[in-house]
Ligand binder design. Structure first.
Ligand code: MRU
Length: 347
Protein backbone atom coordinates (compact mmCIF):
# COMPACT_ATOMS: atom_id res chain seq x y z
CA UNK A 1 0.00 0.00 0.00
CA UNK A 2 1.77 3.13 -1.21
CA UNK A 3 0.38 5.16 -4.03
CA UNK A 4 2.43 8.07 -2.66
CA UNK A 5 6.08 8.10 -3.76
CA UNK A 6 7.60 11.13 -2.09
CA UNK A 7 11.08 10.58 -3.55
CA UNK A 8 12.45 8.42 -6.40
CA UNK A 9 14.90 8.57 -9.30
CA UNK A 10 13.63 10.43 -12.37
CA UNK A 11 12.91 8.28 -15.44
CA UNK A 12 16.28 9.27 -17.03
CA UNK A 13 18.13 8.68 -13.73
CA UNK A 14 19.63 12.17 -13.91
CA UNK A 15 17.50 13.83 -11.23
CA UNK A 16 15.80 13.32 -7.89
CA UNK A 17 12.07 13.24 -8.57
CA UNK A 18 10.02 14.51 -5.60
CA UNK A 19 6.43 15.39 -4.81
CA UNK A 20 6.50 19.14 -4.18
CA UNK A 21 4.92 19.10 -0.72
CA UNK A 22 4.62 22.88 -0.58
CA UNK A 23 1.69 22.63 -3.00
CA UNK A 24 -0.31 20.01 -1.11
CA UNK A 25 -3.15 19.44 -0.51
CA UNK A 26 -4.28 21.72 -3.36
CA UNK A 27 -2.02 20.35 -6.10
CA UNK A 28 -0.16 17.08 -6.56
CA UNK A 29 2.86 18.05 -8.63
CA UNK A 30 6.24 16.36 -9.05
CA UNK A 31 9.56 18.19 -9.51
CA UNK A 32 12.96 17.09 -10.76
CA UNK A 33 15.95 18.28 -8.71
CA UNK A 34 18.99 18.40 -11.02
CA UNK A 35 21.53 20.58 -9.19
CA UNK A 36 22.78 20.98 -5.65
CA UNK A 37 21.10 24.40 -5.57
CA UNK A 38 17.73 22.85 -6.48
CA UNK A 39 18.20 20.14 -3.86
CA UNK A 40 19.18 22.49 -1.01
CA UNK A 41 16.35 24.85 -1.85
CA UNK A 42 13.81 21.98 -1.92
CA UNK A 43 15.02 20.72 1.47
CA UNK A 44 15.15 24.20 3.04
CA UNK A 45 11.65 25.16 1.89
CA UNK A 46 10.14 21.74 2.78
CA UNK A 47 9.29 20.79 -0.80
CA UNK A 48 10.79 17.50 0.37
CA UNK A 49 10.68 16.95 4.12
CA UNK A 50 10.51 14.40 6.92
CA UNK A 51 13.72 12.91 8.32
CA UNK A 52 13.93 9.71 6.21
CA UNK A 53 12.84 11.46 2.99
CA UNK A 54 15.45 14.21 3.26
CA UNK A 55 18.11 11.57 3.97
CA UNK A 56 17.16 9.65 0.82
CA UNK A 57 16.83 12.84 -1.27
CA UNK A 58 20.15 14.14 0.10
CA UNK A 59 22.01 10.94 -0.82
CA UNK A 60 20.51 10.81 -4.33
CA UNK A 61 20.92 14.56 -4.82
CA UNK A 62 24.61 14.37 -3.92
CA UNK A 63 25.10 11.81 -6.70
CA UNK A 64 23.16 13.97 -9.17
CA UNK A 65 25.24 17.03 -8.23
CA UNK A 66 28.49 15.11 -8.71
CA UNK A 67 27.59 13.69 -12.14
CA UNK A 68 29.07 16.60 -14.16
CA UNK A 69 32.44 15.99 -12.47
CA UNK A 70 32.75 12.29 -13.33
CA UNK A 71 35.77 13.02 -15.56
CA UNK A 72 37.72 14.42 -12.58
CA UNK A 73 40.65 12.54 -11.13
CA UNK A 74 40.13 10.72 -7.85
CA UNK A 75 41.28 13.28 -5.27
CA UNK A 76 39.58 16.39 -6.68
CA UNK A 77 36.40 14.32 -7.15
CA UNK A 78 36.41 13.12 -3.54
CA UNK A 79 37.22 16.61 -2.28
CA UNK A 80 34.20 17.99 -4.16
CA UNK A 81 32.02 15.17 -2.82
CA UNK A 82 32.97 16.05 0.77
CA UNK A 83 32.26 19.76 0.21
CA UNK A 84 28.87 19.14 -1.39
CA UNK A 85 27.93 16.65 1.33
CA UNK A 86 28.72 19.25 4.01
CA UNK A 87 26.67 21.85 2.18
CA UNK A 88 23.66 19.52 1.86
CA UNK A 89 23.88 18.29 5.48
CA UNK A 90 23.90 21.84 6.85
CA UNK A 91 20.51 22.75 5.32
CA UNK A 92 18.49 21.06 8.08
CA UNK A 93 20.42 20.27 11.26
CA UNK A 94 17.96 18.38 13.48
CA UNK A 95 17.12 15.31 11.39
CA UNK A 96 20.23 13.17 11.65
CA UNK A 97 19.14 11.10 8.61
CA UNK A 98 20.34 13.87 6.28
CA UNK A 99 23.96 13.99 7.47
CA UNK A 100 23.93 10.19 8.01
CA UNK A 101 22.88 9.51 4.40
CA UNK A 102 25.29 11.91 2.67
CA UNK A 103 28.17 10.69 4.87
CA UNK A 104 27.31 7.12 3.93
CA UNK A 105 27.53 7.99 0.21
CA UNK A 106 30.86 9.82 0.70
CA UNK A 107 32.30 6.89 2.71
CA UNK A 108 31.37 4.49 -0.09
CA UNK A 109 33.17 6.79 -2.52
CA UNK A 110 36.29 6.86 -0.37
CA UNK A 111 36.34 3.06 -0.17
CA UNK A 112 36.03 2.65 -3.95
CA UNK A 113 39.14 2.36 -6.12
CA UNK A 114 39.57 4.29 -9.37
CA UNK A 115 38.73 7.67 -10.86
CA UNK A 116 35.69 9.94 -10.63
CA UNK A 117 33.56 7.78 -12.95
CA UNK A 118 34.15 4.60 -10.93
CA UNK A 119 33.51 6.39 -7.65
CA UNK A 120 30.35 8.03 -8.96
CA UNK A 121 28.95 4.66 -10.08
CA UNK A 122 29.55 3.19 -6.60
CA UNK A 123 27.97 6.24 -4.98
CA UNK A 124 24.88 5.92 -7.18
CA UNK A 125 24.52 2.27 -6.12
CA UNK A 126 24.84 3.30 -2.47
CA UNK A 127 22.19 6.04 -2.81
CA UNK A 128 19.86 3.49 -4.44
CA UNK A 129 20.52 1.10 -1.53
CA UNK A 130 19.56 3.88 0.92
CA UNK A 131 16.33 4.43 -1.05
CA UNK A 132 15.48 0.70 -1.14
CA UNK A 133 16.37 0.18 2.52
CA UNK A 134 14.12 3.07 3.50
CA UNK A 135 11.16 1.49 1.68
CA UNK A 136 11.84 -1.85 3.35
CA UNK A 137 12.28 -0.39 6.83
CA UNK A 138 8.94 1.43 6.61
CA UNK A 139 7.21 -1.85 5.86
CA UNK A 140 8.97 -3.57 8.78
CA UNK A 141 8.05 -0.73 11.16
CA UNK A 142 4.46 -1.18 10.01
CA UNK A 143 4.58 -4.92 10.70
CA UNK A 144 6.19 -4.49 14.13
CA UNK A 145 3.78 -1.70 15.08
CA UNK A 146 0.73 -3.69 14.05
CA UNK A 147 0.55 -5.51 17.39
CA UNK A 148 -0.01 -2.13 19.07
CA UNK A 149 -3.14 -1.31 17.06
CA UNK A 150 -6.31 -3.13 18.06
CA UNK A 151 -9.31 -3.16 15.74
CA UNK A 152 -11.11 0.16 16.20
CA UNK A 153 -8.03 1.95 17.59
CA UNK A 154 -8.12 5.75 17.78
CA UNK A 155 -4.66 7.10 17.09
CA UNK A 156 -3.37 10.63 17.58
CA UNK A 157 -0.39 11.78 15.50
CA UNK A 158 1.53 15.01 15.10
CA UNK A 159 3.15 16.56 12.02
CA UNK A 160 3.58 14.12 9.14
CA UNK A 161 5.50 10.87 9.58
CA UNK A 162 3.73 9.08 6.77
CA UNK A 163 4.54 8.13 3.20
CA UNK A 164 5.28 11.75 2.33
CA UNK A 165 8.06 11.81 4.94
CA UNK A 166 9.84 8.66 3.69
CA UNK A 167 10.48 6.68 0.52
CA UNK A 168 7.96 4.04 1.65
CA UNK A 169 4.75 3.88 3.70
CA UNK A 170 6.04 6.11 6.50
CA UNK A 171 7.02 5.48 10.10
CA UNK A 172 4.29 6.62 12.51
CA UNK A 173 1.63 5.93 9.88
CA UNK A 174 3.12 2.62 8.71
CA UNK A 175 1.32 0.54 11.38
CA UNK A 176 -1.92 2.32 10.46
CA UNK A 177 -1.50 1.39 6.79
CA UNK A 178 -0.59 -2.21 7.59
CA UNK A 179 -3.56 -2.48 9.98
CA UNK A 180 -5.86 -1.16 7.25
CA UNK A 181 -4.43 -3.69 4.77
CA UNK A 182 -5.33 -6.44 7.25
CA UNK A 183 -8.88 -5.20 7.52
CA UNK A 184 -8.63 -3.49 10.92
CA UNK A 185 -10.54 -0.26 11.37
CA UNK A 186 -8.29 2.55 12.58
CA UNK A 187 -9.26 6.19 13.06
CA UNK A 188 -6.53 8.83 13.01
CA UNK A 189 -6.65 12.22 14.68
CA UNK A 190 -4.12 14.49 12.97
CA UNK A 191 -2.84 17.53 14.87
CA UNK A 192 -2.84 20.34 12.33
CA UNK A 193 0.76 21.13 13.43
CA UNK A 194 1.38 24.84 13.46
CA UNK A 195 3.03 26.75 11.92
CA UNK A 196 3.45 24.88 8.60
CA UNK A 197 0.42 22.61 8.95
CA UNK A 198 2.08 19.31 8.01
CA UNK A 199 -0.74 17.52 9.87
CA UNK A 200 -3.71 19.07 8.12
CA UNK A 201 -2.05 19.59 4.73
CA UNK A 202 -0.05 16.37 4.46
CA UNK A 203 -1.10 13.71 6.99
CA UNK A 204 -4.79 14.28 6.33
CA UNK A 205 -4.14 14.33 2.56
CA UNK A 206 -2.26 11.05 2.41
CA UNK A 207 -4.62 9.22 4.79
CA UNK A 208 -7.55 10.43 2.73
CA UNK A 209 -5.84 9.20 -0.47
CA UNK A 210 -5.53 5.77 1.16
CA UNK A 211 -9.16 5.77 2.31
CA UNK A 212 -8.35 5.95 6.03
CA UNK A 213 -10.62 7.78 8.44
CA UNK A 214 -8.89 11.05 9.47
CA UNK A 215 -9.99 13.94 11.67
CA UNK A 216 -7.91 17.13 11.83
CA UNK A 217 -7.49 18.82 15.21
CA UNK A 218 -6.23 22.22 16.25
CA UNK A 219 -3.05 21.36 18.18
CA UNK A 220 -4.48 22.55 21.48
CA UNK A 221 -7.40 20.08 21.40
CA UNK A 222 -5.36 17.00 22.27
CA UNK A 223 -5.65 17.53 26.04
CA UNK A 224 -9.45 17.50 26.11
CA UNK A 225 -9.65 14.47 23.82
CA UNK A 226 -7.27 12.49 26.01
CA UNK A 227 -9.11 13.50 29.17
CA UNK A 228 -12.38 12.36 27.60
CA UNK A 229 -10.90 8.94 26.78
CA UNK A 230 -11.16 9.48 23.02
CA UNK A 231 -7.52 8.61 22.18
CA UNK A 232 -6.13 5.07 22.59
CA UNK A 233 -2.55 5.83 21.69
CA UNK A 234 -0.24 8.49 20.33
CA UNK A 235 2.24 7.62 17.55
CA UNK A 236 4.76 10.14 16.25
CA UNK A 237 7.92 10.02 14.16
CA UNK A 238 11.36 11.31 15.11
CA UNK A 239 14.08 13.46 13.61
CA UNK A 240 16.79 12.20 15.94
CA UNK A 241 16.86 9.75 18.81
CA UNK A 242 19.76 10.20 21.20
CA UNK A 243 21.64 7.25 22.73
CA UNK A 244 19.62 7.54 25.96
CA UNK A 245 16.27 7.46 24.12
CA UNK A 246 15.46 11.20 24.16
CA UNK A 247 13.53 12.05 20.99
CA UNK A 248 13.64 15.19 18.85
CA UNK A 249 10.56 15.64 16.68
CA UNK A 250 8.34 18.42 15.36
CA UNK A 251 7.66 21.11 17.94
CA UNK A 252 4.51 20.19 19.84
CA UNK A 253 5.52 16.56 20.31
CA UNK A 254 6.84 17.07 23.85
CA UNK A 255 3.58 18.59 25.15
CA UNK A 256 1.72 15.60 23.67
CA UNK A 257 4.00 13.24 25.56
CA UNK A 258 3.37 15.13 28.81
CA UNK A 259 -0.38 14.92 28.20
CA UNK A 260 -0.20 11.24 27.32
CA UNK A 261 1.60 10.51 30.59
CA UNK A 262 -0.97 12.54 32.54
CA UNK A 263 -3.83 10.58 30.96
CA UNK A 264 -2.10 7.19 30.84
CA UNK A 265 -2.24 6.99 27.06
CA UNK A 266 0.67 5.02 25.47
CA UNK A 267 3.10 7.36 23.69
CA UNK A 268 4.93 5.59 20.84
CA UNK A 269 7.73 6.81 18.63
CA UNK A 270 8.19 5.07 15.25
CA UNK A 271 11.52 5.58 13.52
CA UNK A 272 14.17 3.70 11.55
CA UNK A 273 17.61 3.05 13.03
CA UNK A 274 18.96 5.71 10.65
CA UNK A 275 17.29 8.21 13.00
CA UNK A 276 19.22 6.93 16.02
CA UNK A 277 22.34 8.96 16.72
CA UNK A 278 24.66 7.13 19.08
CA UNK A 279 27.10 10.06 18.94
CA UNK A 280 24.50 12.23 20.69
CA UNK A 281 24.35 11.08 24.30
CA UNK A 282 21.06 12.81 25.19
CA UNK A 283 18.54 15.36 24.01
CA UNK A 284 20.42 18.39 25.33
CA UNK A 285 23.03 18.04 22.57
CA UNK A 286 20.59 17.68 19.66
CA UNK A 287 20.84 20.77 17.40
CA UNK A 288 17.39 22.32 17.10
CA UNK A 289 16.50 24.11 13.88
CA UNK A 290 15.11 27.61 14.18
CA UNK A 291 13.23 28.93 11.15
CA UNK A 292 12.02 32.32 9.90
CA UNK A 293 9.56 34.16 12.20
CA UNK A 294 7.36 34.87 9.15
CA UNK A 295 6.27 31.21 9.12
CA UNK A 296 4.64 31.74 12.52
CA UNK A 297 3.39 35.27 11.98
CA UNK A 298 1.72 34.77 8.60
CA UNK A 299 -0.88 37.49 8.18
CA UNK A 300 -2.23 36.96 11.69
CA UNK A 301 -0.12 39.37 13.75
CA UNK A 302 0.56 43.10 13.71
CA UNK A 303 3.62 44.22 11.73
CA UNK A 304 5.51 45.12 14.94
CA UNK A 305 5.28 41.66 16.49
CA UNK A 306 8.23 39.29 16.53
CA UNK A 307 7.90 35.51 16.67
CA UNK A 308 9.91 32.51 17.76
CA UNK A 309 9.98 29.66 15.28
CA UNK A 310 11.73 26.76 16.99
CA UNK A 311 10.95 23.88 14.66
CA UNK A 312 11.55 20.85 16.92
CA UNK A 313 11.38 19.90 20.58
CA UNK A 314 12.86 17.11 22.66
CA UNK A 315 10.78 14.54 24.50
CA UNK A 316 12.66 12.88 27.37
CA UNK A 317 13.02 9.11 27.12
CA UNK A 318 11.04 8.60 30.34
CA UNK A 319 7.87 9.84 28.59
CA UNK A 320 8.26 7.46 25.64
CA UNK A 321 6.39 4.19 26.13
CA UNK A 322 8.26 2.38 23.34
CA UNK A 323 10.16 3.00 20.10
CA UNK A 324 9.01 1.03 17.05
CA UNK A 325 11.94 0.37 14.70
CA UNK A 326 12.57 -1.99 11.79
CA UNK A 327 14.40 -4.19 14.30
CA UNK A 328 11.38 -4.51 16.59
CA UNK A 329 9.61 -2.64 19.39
CA UNK A 330 12.11 -1.25 21.91
CA UNK A 331 11.00 -0.91 25.53
CA UNK A 332 12.69 0.39 28.66
CA UNK A 333 15.45 0.82 29.55
CA UNK A 334 15.63 2.52 26.15
CA UNK A 335 19.36 3.26 26.29
CA UNK A 336 20.13 -0.46 26.59
CA UNK A 337 17.60 -1.48 23.94
CA UNK A 338 18.97 1.17 21.54
CA UNK A 339 22.58 0.07 22.09
CA UNK A 340 21.56 -3.54 21.42
CA UNK A 341 19.93 -2.87 18.04
CA UNK A 342 21.85 0.17 16.80
CA UNK A 343 25.30 -0.53 18.23
CA UNK A 344 26.76 -2.38 15.26
CA UNK A 345 25.36 -0.40 12.35
CA UNK A 346 26.89 2.32 10.15
CA UNK A 347 27.31 5.33 12.50
O1 MRU B 1 9.87 19.96 9.45
P1 MRU B 1 9.45 18.61 8.96
O2 MRU B 1 8.12 18.62 8.30
O3 MRU B 1 10.52 17.95 8.12
O4 MRU B 1 9.31 17.73 10.29
C1 MRU B 1 9.03 16.38 10.17
C2 MRU B 1 8.85 15.68 11.46
O5 MRU B 1 8.98 16.24 12.52
C3 MRU B 1 8.59 14.20 11.38
O6 MRU B 1 7.82 13.77 12.46
C4 MRU B 1 9.93 13.43 11.41
O7 MRU B 1 10.82 13.97 10.46
C5 MRU B 1 9.75 12.00 11.16
S1 MRU B 1 9.22 11.65 9.52
C6 MRU B 1 9.10 9.96 9.35
Amino acid sequence: MSAVEAVRWSADGGAVDIIDQRLLPGKLERRDLRTVGDLCDAIATLAVRGAPAIGVAGAMGLVVALAPFATDRREPFLQRARELADRIASVRPTAVNLSWAVRRVVSTGMETAGDGAAILAAMRDEATRILDEDRAMCRRIGEHGLSLLADGARVLTHCNAGALATAGIGTALAPVYVAAERGRRVAVFADETRPLLQGSRLTAWELDQMGIDVTVLADSMAASLMRDGRIDLVIVGADRIAANGDVANKVGTYPLAVLAARHEVPFLVAAPLSTVDLRTPDGTSIPIEERRPEEVLGNAAPPGADALNIAFDVTPAELVTAVVTEAGVLGHPLDEAIARVAGGRFA
